[in-house]
Design a protein around this ligand. Structure first.
Ligand code: MLT
Length: 231
């Protein structure tokens, strides 16, 4: 059975009750600290759960093996997303996370394992924001799982040579066919997360009701002041 000890990770509790938890999934060569600032920018006051991928590619941390750039070991994708789903379940228990507000946020290789986890373990995540993402199961057709109503934001660059816009469009189709509410945000850049895409993802998160709007955060602060509490 997977425990939280099985993955190096950082957990930062929410600053306010009722805020979502972001599961941060870093890209190739990064670690559990890499996306903490991104998580803060995306959903201030959210809890942050940030594990480190367990696969090493010549010393670079990853979430699953690949045969070469753009060609994945799909059996490993399946096995590793199972391990990640086990970690998520263990963290939900240990940290008292509400799975109904657990959103995966991933970049590149992290976005790909997030997408695989949604498709293969649909009960583990309430939604996802995935940047520079591809279709992690490649030409394997995912099972007909039910992702009804799950909000998913996909960011893709039309000139991305690594995780191409065509792959992101394929993933978008796979998710929509299974009932997810997909926002596919295409930009003119490459393998990156431009500030405008981050802003769009923040708007999507607030609009989907999963994160508090700035006005909501202000309101919470003034009611806490009125009640003599700290903010
Ligand atoms: C992957 O291997 O998941 C993608 O090609 C992105 C990358 O990590 O380079």
């Amino acid at each position: 059975m997977t425990t939280t000890e099985d993955f190096h990770h950082v957990y930062v509790p929410a600053e306010k009750p009722g805020r979502p938890t972001l599961l941060l999934l870093h890209g190739t060569g990064a670690d559990e600290h890499d996306l903490l600032a991104l998580g803060r920018a995306l959903a201030p006051e959210a809890a942050l759960l940030s594990p480190r991928g367990k696969v090493s590619e010549r010393g670079a941390n990853r979430w699953f093996r690949r045969l070469r750039e753009g060609v994945f070991d799909v059996d490993d994708v399946v096995a590793r997303s199972g391990e990640l789903a086990g970690f998520i379940a263990a963290a939900v228990d240990e940290y008292g996370i509400d799975p109904r507000s657990l959103i995966a946020v991933g970049f590149s290789n992290g976005a790909n394992i997030g997408a695989a986890t949604l498709l293969l373990h649909p009960g583990t995540l309430a939604g996802a924001a995935l940047f520079a993402v591809a279709a992690p199961l490649q030409d394997r057709e995912p099972e007909k799982v039910d992702l009804s109503g799950k909000p998913v934001f996909l960011g893709t660059g039309r000139t991305d040579p690594i995780t191409t816009a065509d792959d992101a469009r394929l993933l978008s189709r796979q998710l929509r066919e299974r009932g997810a509410e997909v926002t596919l945000h295409e930009h003119s850049g490459g393998h990156e997360l431009p500030p405008a895409v981050l802003a769009a993802a923040h708007g999507w998160l607030v609009g989907s009701g999963l994160a508090a709007s700035p006005a909501q955060r202000g309101q919470d602060a003034s009611s806490a002041r009125a009640e003599g509490g700290s903010v």
